[in-house]
Design a protein around this ligand. Structure first.
Ligand code: NAP
Length: 383
C-alpha cells in the first residue's frame, strides 16, 4: 500500500521556530507542507512559498493577501483571524505547528484542537492564557516543542503520573544571572537581547532575561503534565545541556541531554516515535565537567512568583500573558525600563482578579481589556 503524505500546517513560518520547522521538514520524504501562515515578513514568506509550494497561505493584512494572490494564482490566500481559523481546520491537515508569538497564536491552537487536530505547540502563550478552555483529553493532542517540555515528555513516555515525584525544569538563568540588584536597574535593550545559549525571537529572548519565560513554562508544564505547582520545580543550569529532568517516587532522577538547538525538539514533535538523523558530532561527555545547578533567585526575578498564582487562579493567565506582551513591546520600543516589565505585570494582575471567561470570545475580550489597561498604565509611567 502507498503510504499517504503527512500534511503539515505551520503557523508563524517566518519566525525562529517556523524557519527551524521548515529546515527539519525540507528533505522529508513523508511530510509535506500543506499551508503556511506568516505575519508581515512577506519577503521571506515569498521565498518559503516558492520553495515549499503550499496549497494555502494566510497573512496578517488584507493588502498583503491581495498582492500575494496576484503573484501566485494557484494558491488560496487568507488573512487575519479568519485566515488563522481556516488554516487550523483544513480537512486534510494532519499536524499543526503552532509557532506564532504571543496571544495571536491562541486562535490557531484553539481551533485546531477543537477540530481534533494534532498540534505541535511552541506557542506556550496558548496554554498560559487559555489552557483552562481545553479538556485533559484535548491537551493530550498537543505535543510540546519547548525544549524543556519535550525533554520531560521524552522521559515520561507512557509512565503513570503516580510515579512522578516532581518535574525539574532547567533554566539557563538568562544574561542577568550574576547581576546585582543595583546592576539590574540599568539594563539596556542590547544587554537583554543577548541570550547566552539560545538564538530566539525578540519577545521570548526578553522573557528569558526577566525569567517570565520560566514562569510561562511552569504554567505550560502544569497543563501538559497535569501536575500541581508543588510538583513542578525550577533549577538554574547555565550550560543548557540538560533540558529538564523528572524525579520519580523512588527518588531516582532521569535527565534528557542534547545540544541547545531547537531543531531537535521540533523534530521530536514532528516525527515521534521516529528519530531524525542529525549530522551532529556526538556529544563529548568527558568535556561536560562544568555542569552546574543553582537554585532560582525569586527575589531578583520576582516574576517567577506569578506561576503559583496563575496555576491556582487559571483565569489570571490571560492577564499575566497580555500585560507581559505589552510591557515587553514597550521595553523594546524604549518606552519603559527593564525593571518596569515586572511592575507592569504586577499592577495588571492586582487589577484583574475575577475574570469571567468561559469561551474563546470571552478570552479575547478580556485579553483586549488588559491590553488597553496595560497600555494606559505604561503611558502613566512616562508622565
Ligand atoms: N525561538 C525559540 O527558540 C522558542 C523556543 C521555545 C518556544 N518558543 C515559542 O515559540 C513561539 C514563537 O517564537 P519565535 O521565537 O519563533 O518568535 P519570532 O521569531 O518572533 O516569530 C514569530 C512568528 O509569529 C508571526 N506573527 C507574529 N504576530 C502575528 C500575528 N498577529 N498574526 C500572525 N502571525 C504573527 C511572525 O510573523 P512575521 O515575522 O511574518 O511578522 C513570525 O512568523 C513563541 O510562543 C515562543 O515562546 C520559541
Amino acid at each position: 500500500m502507498v503510504k499517504k503524505d503527512i500534511n503539515i500546517v505551520i503557523f508563524g513560518s517566518t519566525g525562529t521556530i517556523g524557519i527551524n520547522s521548515l529546515n527539519v521538514i525540507r528533505n522529508s520524504k513523508t511530510h509535506k507542507i500543506l499551508a503556511l501562515s506568516a505575519g508581515k515578513n512577506i519577503e521571506l514568506l515569498i521565498k518559503q512559498i516558492t520553495e515549499f509550494k503550499p496549497k494555502y497561505v494566510s497573512v496578517s493584512n488584507k493588502i498583503d493577501k491581495i498582492e500575494l494572490q496576484k503573484k501566485f494564482n494557484e494558491i488560496k490566500f487568507f488573512d487575519g483571524d479568519e485566515g488563522l481559523k481556516t488554516l487550523a481546520t483544513l480537512n486534510n491537515a494532519d499536524l499543526i505547528i503552532s509557532a506564532i508569538v504571543g496571544f495571536a497564536g491562541f486562535i490557531p491552537t484553539y481551533y485546531a484542537i477543537k477540530n481534533n487536530k494534532k498540534v505541535a505547540l511552541a506557542n506556550k502563550e496558548s496554554l498560559v492564557a487559555g489552557g483552562f478552555l481545553f479538556s485533559k483529553k484535548e491537551i493530550k493532542n498537543m505535543i510540546p516543542i519547548d525544549s524543556e517540555h519535550s525533554a520531560i515528555a521524552q522521559i515520561l513516555q507512557n509512565r503513570d503520573k503516580k510515579t512522578i515525584k516532581r518535574l525539574i525544569i532547567t533554566a539557563s538563568g538568562g544574561p542577568f544571572l550574576n547581576y546585582s540588584k543595583k546592576e539590574m536597574e540599568n539594563i539596556t535593550k542590547k544587554d537583554a537581547l543577548n541570550h547566552p545559549n539560545w538564538s530566539m525571537g525578540d519577545k521570548i529572548t526578553i522573557d528569558s532575561s526577566t525569567m517570565v519565560n520560566k514562569t510561562l513554562e511552569i504554567i505550560e508544564a502544569h497543563y501538559f503534565f497535569d501536575l500541581p505547582y508543588e510538583q513542578i520545580s525550577v533549577v538554574i543550569h547555565p550550560q543548557s545541556m540538560i533540558h529538564s529532568m523528572v524525579e520519580f517516587t523512588d527518588s531516582s532522577i532521569m535527565a534528557q541531554l542534547a545540544y541547545p538547538d531547537m531543531k531537535i525538539p521540533i523534530s521530536q514533535a514532528i516525527y515521534y516515535p521516529e528519530i531524525e538523523n542529525f549530522s551532529y558530532e556526538s556529544m563529548d561527555l568527558t568535556k561536560l565537567v562544568n555542569i552546574s545547578f543553582i537554585p532560582p533567585n525569586f527575589e531578583k526575578f520576582p516574576s517567577l512568583n506569578f506561576a503559583k498564582l496563575v496555576i491556582e487562579n487559571p483565569k489570571l493567565g490571560v492577564v499575566l500573558n497580555r500585560a507581559n506582551e505589552v510591557a515587553v513591546e514597550a521595553f523594546l520600543n524604549d518606552k519603559i525600563k527593564w525593571n518596569d516589565i515586572y511592575k507592569t505585570i504586577k499592577t495588571a494582575i492586582e487589577n484583574y482578579n475575577l475574570a469571567n471567561i468561559n469561551s474563546i470570545e470571552d478570552l479575547k475580550k478580556v485579553d483586549n481589556e488588559v491590553k488597553i489597561f496595560t497600555q494606559n498604565l505604561i503611558d502613566s509611567f512616562q508622565k
